[in-house]
Design a protein around this ligand. Structure first.
Ligand code: AMP
Length: 461
């Protein structure tokens, strides 16, 4: 059956930009790797989650696709255990606290597209069942109460990261553990050490390995196979490779997910922003000085697959771009002419076309700014009609409903309107001392009056 293709997206599995196929059900199951909750999330995490949030909103609102968006929460892990030992707390308490804070941070950023958050420890029976099936099928072995996946039994291991098993190098983000037959084998189940959280299992008390939680969660919600898997590109190997090995070994079906989407890293001085390098800024720290929209714009101003350099300059550029669009929208509201000659729909078409082409947000935003420049020229000469201005406002609102990059519009309080009128009166009477005094008073209240050819305009500072 020929499936309808509505956008193109780059697939790490095939290394190609492909048509995204919509299944006959019209629904897409999407799984994105969630955070390990042992600390506050940083703006590198935000880069990945803002991208997926915007992509999903575009697919839902513009392409009318039903997306079931699932995200795991890694709430049992070595890093959580280490942090809880340092703070003399229970690991579950630490994980629960930072899980809540992660959700709070996402809410502050307007990241709202996820349908289901799935904490790993809610899926222990499903995890154990997957490990049992892997042992039964000969893909896994137990050693000293732990269970490992035998990667040499799965000849396709390496197909996502485009490596061959024999070329894998020891020590590349693969755990060094006793009892393993081969260095690249990975833990499905870890025997418990004193003081660590533990669950009963056929191999004794222990806890799940990192990779198995995701396949247990996706099997429960989506079944043996699904449409899209996402995450940062730092997770391609070994995490996503291991997921493929586990689930395809269990099901005998391939591929586990048809499309694999990976985001580039947020970088500081050319290095990945990460907890371990200590070069991170938490989302809440960032939001003390900047709006969520600045972070969203910063993320979307670069193509999602490239590295995104974080610096004061990127923040300033994002902030001034946002203000330019917001000012433009305000100008459009003041248009009064009756006829115009602007093919504004061409710019809008280009905008949506660029998003449908591997979600090219920088190119889409460039076409939006071309529209701003061309429209401003017409407004300057009073050649943009009110009805076209309204249509452009509607287009910007539709864009913002998906990208969420513009500051929240606040209606002007009556007190400010009254002060602005007093100031205008003082100005007409040429009492500039009084008009400046009132302008400062307005400023202290967080608003600004600007004199334009069409009269004074009041905006939020
Ligand atoms: P973690 O909690 O480290 O497992 O990361 C959660 C998600 O954030 C994963 O999809 C990572 O790929 C992503 N991530 C972590 N650091 C960065 C970064 N510096 N830039 C972009 N994404 C990141």
């Amino acid at each position: 059956m020929k499936l309808k293709a509505v956008m193109k997206i780059y697939n790490t599995l095939t290394s190609k930009k492909e048509d995204l196929k919509i299944p006959p059900s019209g629904e897409i199951n999407l799984f994105v790797c969630g955070p390990t909750v042992y600390d506050y999330s940083h703006i590198g995490h935000a880069r990945t989650y803002i991208f997926f949030d915007t992509l999903v909103k575009f697919m839902r609102k513009r392409l009318s696709i039903k997306i079931n968006y699932l995200q795991n929460i890694t709430n049992i892990d070595d890093k959580i255990i280490k942090r809880s030992a340092e703070e003399n707390k229970n690991p579950q308490e630490v994980a629960d606290f930072f899980e809540k804070e992660y959700i709070n941070d996402m809410n502050s950023l307007g990241v709202s597209a996820v349908d289901t958050y799935a904490p790993a420890t809610n899926y222990i029976p499903e995890i154990i069942s997957q490990v049992e099936r892997l042992i039964k099928k000969g893909f896994a072995y137990s050693a000293d109460g732990s269970v490992y996946f035998d990667v040499r039994k799965f000849p396709e291991y390496g197909k996502l990261s485009h490596q061959k098993i024999e070329e894998l190098k020891e020590g590349v983000r693969v755990d060094v553990e006793v009892g393993k037959k081969f260095f690249a084998d990975f833990a499905l189940w870890k025997a418990s050490k004193p003081g660590e959280p533990k669950w009963d299992s056929p191999w004794g008390e222990g806890r799940p390995g990192w990779h198995i939680e995701d396949t247990a969660i996706t099997e429960k919600h989506f079944g043996l196979r699904y449409n899209i898997h996402g995450g940062g590109l730092d997770l391609i190997f070994p995490h996503h490779e291991a997921e493929i090995a586990q689930m395809e070994a269990i099901s005998g079906l391939s591929p586990l997910a048809e499309v694999w989407i990976h985001t580039g890293m947020l970088l500081v001085d050319g290095e990945k922003m990460s907890k371990s390098l200590g070069n991170f800024i938490t989302i809440r720290e960032f939001l003390k000085e900047n709006s969520p929209q600045v972070l969203r714009y910063m993320v979307l101003s670069q193509h999602y697959r490239t590295g995104l350099d974080f610096s004061k300059k990127t923040i300033q550029m994002a902030s001034s771009s946002i203000n330019r669009i917001a000012d433009f929208k305000q100008r459009l509201k003041e248009v009064t002419a009756q006829s115009s000659h602007l093919p504004w729909e061409d710019f809008a078409k280009t905008f949506w076309h660029e998003l449908a082409d591997d979600f090219n947000t920088p190119k889409a935003l460039a076409s939006l700014f071309e529209l701003v420049t061309e429209t401003n020229k017409l407004i300057d000469t009073n050649n943009l009609s009110q009805s076209d201005a309204q249509k452009i406002i509607d287009f910007i609102d539709e864009v913002n409903d998906i990208l969420n990059i513009l500051p929240k519009e606040e209606s002007i309080p009556p007190e400010i309107t009254a002060l602005a009128a007093d100031r205008e009166k003082a100005r007409t009477n040429k009492d500039f001392e009084l008009s400046d005094k009132i302008r400062n008073q307005i400023k202290e209240l967080g608003w600004e009056v600007e004199d334009t050819p069409k009269g004074p305009r009041t905006t939020k500072l």
